[in-house]
Design a protein around this ligand. Structure first.
Ligand SMILES: NC(=O)c1ccc[n+]([C@@H]2O[C@H](COP(=O)([O-])OP(=O)(O)OC[C@H]3O[C@@H](n4cnc5c(N)ncnc54)[C@H](O)[C@@H]3O)[C@@H](O)[C@H]2O)c1
Ligand SMILES: O=C(O)CC[C@@H](O)C(=O)O
Length: 528
């Protein structure tokens, strides 16, 4: 029986044709994405679901999706898909990371020009017969400083176009290496410097815990009076109420938003503010981009449904069906080592060294390296997966070194990942035990043995009597339950590391109290 795909958003008809040509039954029902009940009723009949942003693939939808094997997002952002729930049900989530990048970058440039010259207001006034020539005084772009927050696919295209407009481009992006910045012709700066120097600021990051409200009232206070703000990335990167105040007070000369905290935006606090320009999430809406992403998603979904081949999956490594079961725990180990190091890395990564010893050295090391890079980049990049991770690392000028060795020491398999940054080298090593579960066995050369849980605390401290009791008391009195506790140290009295698994997220105020515990040097929450 041919696989069946539901297209529940407005995808280009080109996608329907691809499915048909390749022998996949496709139902094109673009209104279903907006009708939760209808989607819930229908989803159980399909092997594939092709979407844009209107369809919300929630836990409830996934629970009802008995046959679903793949969700294909024609676009970049997958905020509308519950990926952990899809993963738990073995459903692959794939996207098309590059198909609409140029179009979205062009929209950001259009919005910048539009707000700089007050085009929408001038248009409305002119068509109302007012001819208010003296009301609309614009700002020239030439020679002005454009600050990019996020310099990935879209940010770097915006940089290229802005340089063509004779702007000076500066960028804040922790993953931008100096070499990549040089190649793009942008100056890499810290966030505060970007805020204080930019005439125009455009946002190009995913929405994560670290980027939410990156433009807050405090950030706006650091900006130049009369600066402009453009957001064509994700609602929530800017605090909308703070932007409204800044527009009303004239601190910001204008703002242009394509994306909003709540979409569809019907009654937003920014509506009606002075020199505020808006579009209804049109960043990717050109016929070219929609054709690109529709064709790509249809081809990718057919490849998977018909041949089991995986491309641009966000929750599944690209490995053949035969080797998958054997490799799976080692892929998990590689991802955990990468994620561990990535969550502890604050500055630009110059290189990664991967050492494989024992039986692991004979495996599909390329897949394991890709898994390690995926884990490393995931805290900062929205769309990284095992297929794209090596390319993304290369594009960012991150050097990858791999070495394979025979078994040494006590472990049958040993994998060590070392991250080389501008400032330091940090290594973390692990193995997979006979129970198939990955373990961390070394951090910064310090031996320990820890299984990682969903919520971990990474603590570095001086090895002094009383520290463990003090830490336990602090966590206990704050109501934080300890699941597991692992210790390691260089030598008595020297640097020590403590990995604590806790049952749930640790509130900020508790983190602050832990940092104040005597002999503690660093406390960081890690999620796996
Ligand atoms: N408006 C639209 O229709 C539309 C269309 C496509 C993409 N988007 C959105 O645009 C955004 C960028 O997409 P992309 O394809 O360029 O993604 P990308 O993953 O290629 O680039 C994101 C960049 O953000 C950087 N970054 C991550 N965390 C950061 C932080 N805390 N501070 C500064 N930089 C940080 C990363 O290092 C990376 O270089 C995403 O949010 C995406 O969903 C919107
Ligand atoms: O599908 C759209 O129109 C928006 C897509 C965009 O937000 C994306 O993340 O790719």
């Amino acid at each position: 029986m041919a696989p069946k795909v539901l297209i529940s958003d407005k995808l280009s008809p080109a996608a329907v044709q691809i499915f048909k040509d390749r022998g996949v039954d496709a139902d094109f029902l673009p209104e279903v994405g907006k009708d939760k009940e209808k989607l819930l009723e229908l989803i159980g009949q399909y092997d594939g679901l092709a979407i844009r942003s209107a369809t919300k693939v929630t836990e409830k939808i996934i629970a009802a999706a008995d046959r679903l094997k793949v969700i294909g997002r024609a676009g970049i952002g997958v905020d509308n898909v519950d990926i952990p729930k899809a993963t738990a049900r073995g459903i692959i989530v794939m996207n098309t990371p590059f198909g609409n990048a140029i179009t979205t970058a062009e929209h950001a440039i259009s919005m910048m020009m539009s707000v700089a010259r007050q085009i929408p207001a001038a248009d409305a006034s002119t068509q109302a017969g007012k001819w208010e020539k003296s009301r609309f005084m614009g700002r020239e772009l030439t020679g002005k400083t454009l600050g990019l927050i996020g310099c990935g696919n879209i940010g770097s295209i915006v940089a290229d176009r802005a340089i063509g407009l004779k702007m000076r481009v500066i960028a804040y992006d922790p993953f931008l290496t100096p070499e990549r910045a040089l190649a793009l012709g942008v100056e890499k700066v810290a966030l505060d410097e970007l805020l204080s120097r930019s005439d125009f600021i455009t946002l190009h990051t995913p929405l994560t815990d670290k980027t939410r409200n990156v433009i807050s009232a405090d950030a706006i206070a650091k900006m130049k009076r009369g600066a402009f703000l453009i957001n064509c990335a994700r609602g929530g990167l800017a605090d909308e109420a703070a932007v409204r105040v800044a527009l009303d007070e004239g601190k910001l000369a204008g703002a242009a938003f394509d994306v909003f905290v709540e979409e569809p935006a019907k009654d937003n606090v920014l509506f009606g503010a002075p020199n505020f320009v808006s579009t209804p999430h049109l960043g990717a809406s050109t016929s070219e981009a929609q054709e690109n992403v529709a064709l790509q998603v249809a081809e990718q979904m057919c490849d998977y449904l018909l041949d089991g081949a995986v491309r641009n999956a966000l929750n599944m490594p690209s490995i053949s069906a035969e080797e998958a079961p054997k490799l799976a725990p080692f892929v998990r180990l590689a991802e955990q080592l990468g994620s561990f190091a990535g969550q502890l890395t604050e500055t630009g990564i110059e290189g990664i060294r991967l050492e494989y010893a024992g039986a692991i050295a004979e495996m599909n090391v390329q897949a394991l390296t890709a898994a390690a890079i995926t884990g490393l980049l995931t805290p900062l990049l929205q769309t990284v997966n095992m297929v794209s991770a090596p390319t993304l690392a290369k594009e960012r000028g991150i050097r990858i070194e791999e070495t394979r060795r025979e078994k040494q020491g006590a472990y049958e398999t040993y994998m060590r990942l070392t991250v080389i940054t501008e400032r330091q080298e940090r290594s973390v090593a692990g193995t997979v035990f006979a129970d198939g579960k990955p373990r961390i066995i070394q951090v910064k050369g310090i031996n320990m043995e820890a299984e990682l849980g969903p919520h971990m605390l990474y603590i570095t401290n001086e090895d002094k009597p009383g520290f463990i009791g003090h830490l336990g008391m602090e966590l206990g009195s704050s109501g934080v339950n300890i699941a597991t506790f692992h210790l390691g140290r260089i030598a008595p009295g020297e640097d020590a590391i403590c990995l604590v698994e806790v049952d749930g997220e640790v509130p900020d105020e508790v983190m602050a109290r832990l940092r104040a515990v005597s002999h503690v040097k660093q406390v960081q929450a890690l999620k796996f």
